[in-house]
Design a protein around this ligand. Sequence first.
Ligand code: MLT
Length: 232
Amino acid sequence: MHVDVVFTPDETGAAPTGIVIDVIRATSTICQALASGYERVFCAAEVEEARALREALGEGVLGGERNAVAITGFDLGNSPREYLEPAGTTLILSTTNGTRAVVTAARRCERVFIASLLNLEAVVEAARAAGDDVVVVCAGVQGTMNLDDTFVAGRIAELLAGERTDAAEAAARLVGTWSGAEEAFRASLSGRNLLQNAPHLEEDIAFCARESALEVVPRLVGIRDSAAEISL
Ligand code: MLT
């Protein structure tokens, strides 16, 4: 098995199995929402697409953020701690980088898994069971690489133990430079953006830094309009 990592969704990189990470916080939120009882999560790149999808479905909880702040008129923000109890069966999520990365991977890969640190072991096991080459797609921050997603990509590369590209090797080697996930997340651009724009949500960082606390493996089940539908 070859294991590749792309540090932003803009980089070319495709494999049968795509694993998408936006650990601070979109993919942590998706994992938590499905673990809590939501039946499906639609990932919409744009705010207007999310609103239009709710209109078309006639139902759905609207969640998400822009620059870490909840979107005006939406029901919930993008803190995974807001999703500990389901507020409905369908979540329609739109975030600055993460939902866009999911939509990009959905167009490129035969199967797509959603990863965070919360479901690390479960998602690695699913990728191993699929048996194909893997590309880990980091959401990054507006076209640039970030340390938080790279840390999780490195943990995935370590655990998958396949033949690594240089990018996957770099991510795996970076993991050892931190005392742990929380330190990496706090140092990252995503972590700093969160602390700067929504300091009251600082606890989200420690929440997202818990490794393998959930056993869910969210996966792509289809595309509806331009949104990627994710379910267990
Ligand atoms: C994103 O999609 O950029 C993130 O999830 C931002 C965040 O909510 O912290």
